[in-house]
Design a protein around this ligand. Structure first.
Ligand code: GDG
Length: 482
């Protein structure tokens, strides 16, 4: 890997650096790697290719020199002040792009000041990357917060091979077209050589947007744009490939964790603490309006009202980890979810017996693995989700072939986990039916489904994802003559 001061042959660019500051009792602090799917997948590649990571360290106004973590990751911090975070991150990324890219479930807000901040911060990321990348380096830009980086970076460093991957859906052009800055966003992305998406539908939406908004032409997965020197991010002609490369998780590491004696014992202890109910239903999500938590609670509440599930025999555990708490739509969602939980528990609890356990907290990985093992039915009901890793984690933890997965057809993962009990979360009657089928299906049928889903995740893990992506980037199309 590259050291601070050297230049890198491989650069990952993401909004966040994979570290968190830990403050010790004596007041000293250190930056500790935050274990996430992306950093896990990148570590071997970073080691092999003299890699570096460009990103924001997660605290406002903190300006850090490049540094190397205890586990050998070379990090190049980008500074964001409180205003950048408000306008670029909470504003344009999470108040404008996130709702548009998730089917306008919540109303997007359009503010020119947010867009200006998005551009400025993207320029800062592009400059930081241009400074650290070696001649002819490969750069992998992550996600919707950095859509202008590919073109901005290409302008600074035409020698680089640049890829971009979208972790969230890419919307149909009919919704994307609402964005007042749609042209600049597409021009930004077309600075890449290869753009990767979670589903083929996302790649198709992107190609169609290039045709309809930019007047580009496309053939198969390749889009050709004649370029333009006018306006923002105008550049020379480009030929770019767009394809689905669905993300995954570290199957073997999580499976080993789930097989450990500590996790197995903890799973039993969790069931005991819940009063050893006949059935445990589980939801695990960031508290986000895309995740369908309200729809899920509505279905649970109706199942209780119908008498289809007995509050004395069922425990519903909903982990809703805190997320984007300063964005208004997230505050509103929290109040709605908490009111629903309060109402259900008010109606169906008794002394020593509560149907819904609502946990607005973040838990360690071991505890999550134990919860997955303790759950008879996992409820993954997003209204729209790029992939959804929770369902892949659940099946990975079920090495005993126990449990059942109810999965929304609007999660990218539904394209792969076709043996799940499918549902349309908008259809509450259908959702209730899926939950009951998952609960009452023959054990042999449930095992068959679980085995098939586990096979898929085992053979398509996060390492396979990174390999496929980097191979696709390496063979990206030749560029046309200007
Ligand atoms: C975006 C896209 C796409 C949650 N609570 C806790 C906790 N988690 C972990 C889960 C899982 C991750 O967070 C959530 O990943 P998802 O994929 O479900 O969703 P997003 O955060 O929305 O991620 C999504 C993903 O990017 C990857 O491309 O799949 O579609 O929206 O790993 O386990 N982990 C721990 N404690 C918690 O309380 N330790």
């Amino acid at each position: 890997m590259v050291s601070p001061g050297e230049r890198a042959d491989f650069v990952v660019v993401a909004n966040r650096l994979p570290v968190d500051r830990v403050v010790h009792d004596d007041g000293t602090d250190e930056w500790r790697t935050s274990p996430g799917g992306l950093v896990t997948a990148m570590e071997p590649v970073m080691r092999d290719r003299r890699g570096a990571w460009v990103g924001w360290p997660g605290e406002a106004g903190v300006s850090l020199e490049p540094f190397t973590t205890a586990c050998g990751l070379h990090l190049f911090p980008v500074t964001l002040d409180a205003r950048d975070i408000r306008d670029y991150y909470e504003g344009f990324s999470n108040g404008t792009l996130w709702p548009i890219y998730h089917d306008v479930i919540s109303e997007p807000a359009f503010h020119r000041s947010w867009w200006a901040a998005y551009r400025t911060v993207n320029e800062r990321f592009a400059q930081a990357t241009a400074d650290v990348a070696a001649d002819g380096a490969t750069v992998w830009v992550q996600d919707y917060q950095l859509q202008l980086v590919p073109a901005l970076l290409r302008e600074l460093r035409p020698d680089l091979r640049i890829g971009w991957f979208n972790h969230i859906p890419f919307p149909p052009v009919e919704l994307f077209a609402q964005l007042p800055w749609r042209t600049a966003v597409l021009r930004g992305l077309l600075g890449a050589d290869f753009v990767g998406f979670q589903r083929s539908a996302d790649a198709r939406n992107f190609l169609r947007a290039c045709r309809m908004v930019l007047g580009a032409s496309s053939r198969g997965s390749v889009v050709t744009w004649q370029g333009s020197q006018d306006g923002l991010l105008g550049h020379a002609p480009r030929t770019v490939r767009a394809a689905p490369i669905p993300i995954s998780i570290d199957f073997s590491a999580l499976e080993s964790l789930a097989m450990s004696a500590e996790v197995t014992e903890r799973a039993e202890a969790i069931r005991a603490s819940l009063g050893n109910p006949r059935t445990v239903l589980l939801g695990v999500d960031r508290l986000d309006y895309t995740k369908g938590i309200r729809h899920r609670l509505r279905a649970v509440s109706e199942l209780l009202a119908d008498g289809a599930i007995d509050p004395r025999e069922v425990a519903v555990v909903q982990v809703a980890s805190p997320s984007r708490e300063r964005v208004e739509a997230y505050r509103r969602l929290r109040s709605q979810v908490e009111a629903m939980v309060g109402r259900i528990n008010g109606e169906y609890s008794d002394i020593g017996q509560t149907p819904v356990y609502y946990l607005h907290q973040a838990y360690p990985r071991e505890e999550m693995a134990a919860m997955y093992q303790a759950a008879d039915v996992m409820l993954v009901t997003p209204l729209r989700d790029g992939m959804n890793l929770v369902c892949k984690e659940y099946v990975t933890c079920r090495h005993d072939l126990g449990g059942a997965l109810v999965l929304s057809e609007f999660a990218g993962a539904s394209q792969e986990l076709t043996s799940a009990y499918g549902c349309n979360p908008h259809d509450i009657v259908g959702l209730k039916r899926s939950i009951l089928t998952a609960l009452h299906d023959e054990p042999s049928a449930r095992r068959r489904r679980m085995r098939a889903m586990r096979r898929r995740v085992r053979t398509h893990d996060v390492y396979a994802w990174a390999d496929s992506y980097l191979q696709a980037l390496a063979v990206a199309p030749e560029q046309p003559e200007p």
